[in-house]
Design a protein around this ligand. Structure first.
Ligand code: FNR
Length: 184
């Protein structure tokens, strides 16, 4: 089973990328997790879209369509989805003449890490709403909100907090079952 893990932060030392690395490490047997970024995706405009699909979008779209499930590492900016991630989702939500986008009918899950006590709860709620518009099948629970990320990862980006690690592992096990269930 293949999972595409999309990091919603462009920051070099991103906690959300570190969180996805921890998720990949905690994936159940048989689940292969590929972590990708959203670098190089231009700001969406319908005029730009008419000129053709940008290379970075095409590559991400292909990976999304080939995956059994998509996992987001969702940063929070100003109580909402970070702009670059929303922009990437908007690009991926477009049909480009094909019957299905990478989201339609595809199992999706998310997790997020932030510096505040909210652990990206507000951004994840918004992302859930956006993914509903995109036709994705978002896993309802469990949820992973990593608050005060600066206390949970070491300088190398390793997740050092055991309860957080356990929560991540639980989400990955549940996502495995969610994908299997929806594949029928
Ligand atoms: C933030 N940050 C932040 N954190 C949070 O918990 N709630 C918020 O509303 C915001 N708002 C916000 C706005 C902007 C413009 C920035 C740059 C940052 C802090 C944020 O959690 C922190 O930068 C994380 O490190 C971002 O995730 P990555 O890049 O580490 O994955």
């Amino acid at each position: 089973m293949k999972v595409l893990a999309i990091c919603g932060s462009l920051r070099k030392g991103s906690y959300n990328r570190s969180l996805l690395r921890a998720a990949a490490g905690a994936a159940p047997a048989g689940m292969e997790v590929e972590i990708v970024g959203i670098e190089g995706i231009p700001v969406f405009s319908e005029d730009l879209e008419k000129e053709g699909m940008p290379e970075a979008v095409a590559a991400l779209r292909l990976k999304g369509k080939a995956a059994d499930g998509i996992l987001f590492g969702c940063p929070e900016y100003n109580y909402g989805i970070a702009g670059p991630l929303k922009n990437a989702v908007d690009w991926l939500s477009r049909a480009h003449g094909e019957p299905k986008t990478p989201f339609v009918g595809r199992p999706v899950a998310m997790m997020g890490a932030s510096l505040s006590m909210m652990g990206t709860a507000r951004a994840q709620l918004q992302l859930r709403q956006t993914l509903q518009a995109c036709g994705a099948l978002t896993m309802p629970t469990p949820e992973v909100y990593v608050m005060r990320a600066q206390d949970k990862f070491d300088a190398e980006g390793q997740l050092t907090d055991k309860p957080t690690h356990d929560a991540v592992a639980r989400l990955m096990t549940a996502f495995d079952a969610w994908i299997a269930k929806l594949k029928g």
